[in-house]
Design a protein around this ligand. Sequence first.
Ligand code: UDX
Length: 455
Amino acid sequence: MQIVIVGAGYVGLTTAVLLAHIGHHVTGVDIDRRKLELLRRGKSPIHEPGVEAMLARLGDRLSFTEDLKASVGEADVIMIAVGTPEKADGEADTRSVEAAARTIAEGMVSGRAYTVVVKSTVPIGTNRRVAHVIRRTLEARGTEATVWVASNPEFLREGMALYDSFYPDRIIVGVDDPEAAEVLRRMYRPLLERTFEPPDVVPRREEGGLPPFITTDPVSAELIKYAANAFLALKISFINEIAGLAEKVGADVIEVARGIGLDSRIGPRYLAAGLGWGGSCFPKDTAALLAVGREHRYEMPIVEAARRVNELQRERVVEKLQSALKGVRGRTVAVLGLAFKPNTDDVRESPSLAVLRRLVALGAHVRAHDPIAVPHAERALTEAERAEVTFVSDPYAAADGADALLLATEWAEYRRLDLPRLRGLMRTPVFLDGRNVYAPEAVRAAGLLYLGVGR
Ligand code: UDX
């Protein structure tokens, strides 16, 4: 099939690589010239394992352009994967989605059938609005094309984007016209029947069967995406709330999480207590879900609580440091990890960065390290904040002369720290394991004062 993908961000680019690999001809479209130039040189504009290696291999099955209108004519499927940033009221901003829909319609030619797929995470009702925008544009131009619109939400995680795309748990397709579902079933067939080998840059999935292809109405598909992210966010907030109680009663949240996670109705994943969730999806999508609720005068106390617990989680970590150091003013805190999670340079809504900022606001000096996210972190800080942060090139340099160390993002390299060496470098030996990476005994054995989350 000929496929056009609008937007070369995480979702667009990964989907482009997937679909080209399983045999389609894919054109990626983006308005960002810098991105296009990188892509044309085979460089990935996002830090995502495997993507760059794949760009080099796909040859003419994957190309990039900024001219959306011109690329639509011969396409069978056009996917919209542009950003939907959060507006001040929490609602998702769909202007880029609608603009893309208009341009797509302008590129359509009479006598052809097109399936337009919304992959961006969009508020309830957007798919039908996209269909409306396209029909109106076609009418105004006198183009007689057949157009089906489908919602096909994406569940990929940053840092695991290719793996999640090649081994999806399910494919959700929301349509008003059954024809659109059939086109997408055909498009995904190699994935659904696994009639191809995933590329070697993607880690193998041993267990698990073939992904089910679920068709539903567009509104339900839109809600599935929001509900899935909100559920995962509240699962994490729940274990974080239990972690706080575990500290009060002297329990170990890791044992509690294991004990409840073995119940197959609960499941073990997304039960790691820590600094809480961040990133481009959970914060934005829970806010958007609440905005939808407000619009319909419908209260959503569980989602609200999940967000509140997530805020509290950051405050608690700051309080722990305050109380261990008897105030952080004038103290030096080493912060290990700035990205919102490992294997990405993304600092959007990063809990680590939020805590760092709070520490600076309270008068602390911070020595910060991250394997790759420092440039993004520097840009996210104000000039005044940057003046109080020293970015260093390894974790030991961060610990040098520090009064406390906060392990904020569980990068692999922080799992093998030389604890006695850290102890030797620090002025006072407070070690706050914000991601519960270390056994408390191992930290204490190195002469450090251990603080964790829920242990
Ligand atoms: C998430 C969803 O997982 C994905 O399906 C959706 O498409 C986009 O949003 P992502 O934001 O990339 O993906 O990250 P994810 O790996 O899910 O982690 C989200 C946040 O939760 C991170 O800040 C992570 O540190 C935190 N987290 C995750 C926990 O604190 N504990 C856990 O047990 C799991």
